[in-house]
Design a protein around this ligand. Structure first.
Ligand code: PHE
Length: 343
């Protein structure tokens, strides 16, 4: 009898059976009614009586050996089947759950929060005004004469003869002078609208921040000190400020102010077009006519006002090349600001 050969193939087949069902099929083939062992038994009667006992004993040993292998393999398979089933149904409550995606502030909102906090730490109060304004608040009360070019249809979105989308945050100066008694110090960040062609640095919808400070005996040096402090807080103590004479109907004298370049710090680079300076906004001492329009006595009170473009600051602060990215709301762009700091 090929005892060893049968035992080896039986063992191989048993240990390769992938599950208890397949294993049972192997057992049937060897130990079942029509199995290998049974057919060996049948051969017994063809043998001479002297040979039968030894042969019979071999068959028995073979049978027991196969049975033993079968039982061992069955135990192993059962164990892994049970643990597989357990892992399928078992809910491990101690595992950390999926992390929900956090929201984030829009980069414009982040720069508004950052710049506002520099002024609120100085004691400025953050206020806001309506986006739909009247001609009075947007122009007339700010001493902008009826024929001033900024009233042109080209620049202003008129809703009707009286209402318009505010073209700057300066009308909040008037609203604050009316509502709050001087002395006062306010900042007013928010959206503004102009009929500008869209390109990499222009959008018909953008953001400004207005500042207004009213007290007794306020001079240009207070204005310069305040804006200089602001730029140093925003960019570090080496930041410098430069004033250039300018004109606004609601300030006298008026100036435009520049910051030393955010990138080259004044040496000259492509961002500042080699000049070393970056334009930030307009400013000046509040025109007596503006104070009068809000029934504040210009003999008693003076003040300074300034405006700055938030979009431009955000472009500079985050190194963004195109203002349109702020308004297209592409997730791949916005997601980059999820971890940015805000104040
Ligand atoms: N409102 C002006 C503008 O939009 C900026 C400005 C604000 C100038 C306050 C002087 C004082 O350009």
């Amino acid at each position: 009898m090929k005892y060893q050969e049968i035992l080896k193939t039986a063992k191989d087949e048993l240990s390769q059976a992938p599950d208890t069902n397949a294993l049972y099929q192997v057992r049937v083939r060897y130990l079942g009614k029509n199995g290998t062992i049974t057919s060996l038994m049948k051969e017994l009667k063809n043998l001479s009586p002297e040979k039968r006992p030894a042969f019979g004993q071999q068959i028995n040993e073979l049978k027991n050996a196969i049975e033993e292998h079968y039982q061992n393999r069955k135990k192993t398979l059962k164990k892994s089947e049970i643990s597989h089933e357990v892992s399928k149904d078992f809910l491990d409550l101690s595992l950390p759950g999926p992390t929900p995606k956090g929201g984030a502030f829009h980069p414009i909102e982040q720069i508004i929060q950052k710049t506002s906090s520099i002024f609120t730490h100085l004691g400025y109060k953050k206020v806001s005004g309506p986006l739909i304004e009247t001609d009075w608040y947007n122009f007339s009360a700010l001493n902008i004469p009826p024929d001033h070019p900024s009233r042109d249809n080209q620049d202003t979105f008129y809703l009707d003869s009286e209402h318009l989308l505010r073209t700057h945050t300066s009308p909040v100066q008037i609203r604050s002078l009316e509502r709050l008694k001087p002395p006062l110090a306010i900042i007013a960040p928010g959206a503004v609208f102009r009929r500008d062609e869209i390109d990499s640095s222009h959008s018909p919808h953008f953001h400004q921040m207005e500042g207004l400070f009213i007290d007794r005996k306020v001079s240009m040096s207070h204005l310069k000190g305040t804006l200089s402090y602001f730029l140093k807080e925003l960019q570090g103590s080496s930041a410098k400020i430069r004033f250039r004479p300018s004109f606004f109907p609601f300030t006298e004298p008026s100036a435009e102010y520049d910051s030393s370049c955010f990138i080259c710090k004044g040496k000259g680079c492509s961002l500042c077009k080699g000049t070393g300076w970056i334009e930030i906004g307009g400013c000046g001492l509040v025109h007596p006519q503006v104070l009068k329009a809000s029934e504040v006595n210009p003999e008693k009170w003076q003040g300074f006002a300034f405006g700055m473009g938030m979009d431009r600051l955000a472009l500079l602060e985050y190194g963004i090349p195109d203002i349109r990215l702020f308004y297209e709301n592409r997730m791949s762009f916005l997601e980059q600001f999820e971890n940015a700091l805000f104040f």
